[in-house]
Write a protein that binds this ligand. Structure first.
Ligand SMILES: Nc1nc2c(ncn2[C@@H]2O[C@H](COP(=O)(O)OP(=O)(O)OP(=O)(O)O)[C@@H](O)[C@H]2O)c(=O)[nH]1
Ligand SMILES: [Mg+2]
Length: 323
């Protein structure tokens, strides 16, 4: 039996920046604990202040190294920083993953830095589910910036984009797949491009390719006023990260000036409400007549006695009838 939690007290201590309270709250939302609603309610008035910066890109491009170096850059400005490392393939969560723990070592004793790994495998809806809540915890904990790192594989980068105010897409020279990723739609989601591993051959060529592709993309989208800048970095040596922070800051100012920040946050909230509603409806539909309704309707569909549309009508009618 999970011991009961004083949510209000936890939130108060998280606001004061106590790492253990922050960690506990994230665990509560991640485990979909029965306290989740109370937590969400208690957090709501303390959110909306943090700047949410997403980092995505192909495997091995240097996301974790860059995230750590970015934390340092923000810390030089005296900012409180949260990090959510989202690993869509990992069943482990809680502490940082081993490799990331090594990379984040320099921040381990900094009480102005909160780092958390989130596993999304096995969670229905993956990122969409627990990460926004974890984000709220870090926001309420007074983080000026929250960095969300996720490996750019398919759905996850789309999801990280829906969470972030500013999305940074990392590429590296000599990564053909990086450019492939760019072609596969990563161009549209990037607010800032980073060509990391600029100490390697081919960084200039990668930058040139990117510029060319951006110019192609812009021809079709004359409404888009923001031109994503390209910043070259050597994350492993901490080079270029101040420029990345600058680029993210300019993007934020641009969004504020053009009402885009409000629009993005509105869309984000809509998507979140929708996801929660859909999830709740799914549960309710499965529960109609103790789960028997769906079962019996499916049997009739299989037997050819009923078409699935009529079956859906019946299921929804039953739900509304409170059967
Ligand atoms: N030469 C060079 N190597 C780098 C640079 N940045 C990172 N690396 C190295 O690239 C490797 C991968 O870096 P990570 O930060 O783990 O990359 P990642 O994108 O987080 O990787 P995944 O999370 O596995 O997708 C590590 O060995 C880093 O030390 C850089 O600027 N130059
Ligand atoms: Mg990583």
């Amino acid at each position: 039996v999970p011991r009961s939690v004083d949510v209000a007290d936890l939130v108060e201590r998280a606001q004061a920046g106590q790492p253990r309270a922050v960690a506990r709250l994230i665990s509560l939302v991640e485990d979909a604990s029965p306290q989740l609603r109370k937590v969400a309610e208690a957090l709501a008035p303390h959110t909306g202040r943090a700047q949410v910066v997403g980092l995505t890109g192909p495997p091995g491009v240097g996301k974790s190294t860059s995230t750590s170096a970015l934390v340092s850059a923000y810390r030089r400005q005296g900012k409180r920083v949260g990090v959510l490392a989202v690993d869509p393939s990992s069943p482990f969560s809680g502490g940082a993953l081993l490799g990331d723990r090594v990379r984040m070592q320099e921040h381990a004793t900094d009480d102005q830095v909160f780092i958390r790994s989130m596993a999304t495998r096995g969670h229905l809806g993956g990122l969409a589910w627990a990460t926004p809540q974890a984000l709220r915890v870090l926001d309420a904990a007074g983080c000026d910036v929250v960095l969300i790192e996720t490996v750019g594989v398919g759905q996850s980068e789309i999801e990280v984009v829906s969470l972030a105010d500013t999305t940074i897409v990392l590429l590296a020279p000599g990564m053909g797949d990086g450019i492939q990723a760019a072609k596969a739609g990563i161009l549209e989601v990037a607010d800032v491009f980073v060509v990391n591993k600029a100490d390697r051959d081919g960084a200039d060529a990668t930058e040139r390719d990117l510029k060319y592709m951006i110019s192609l993309g812009r021809r079709e989208r004359t409404d888009v006023l923001w031109r994503p800048p390209i910043v070259k970095t050597v994350a492993s040596k901490g080079q270029g990260l101040d420029e990345v922070v600058e680029a993210a800051e300019s993007h934020r100012s641009w969004m504020v000036d053009h009402g885009e920040l409000e629009r993005r946050r509105q869309r984000r909230a809509e998507a979140e409400i929708e996801a929660i509603s859909v999830e709740r409806l799914r549960t309710q539909l499965g529960d109609v007549r103790g789960g028997e309704a769906l079962d019996r309707l499916a049997k009739r569909v299989v037997a050819g006695q009923l078409d699935p549309y009529t079956a859906a009508d019946e299921l929804i009618e039953d739900l509304h009838a409170g059967a």
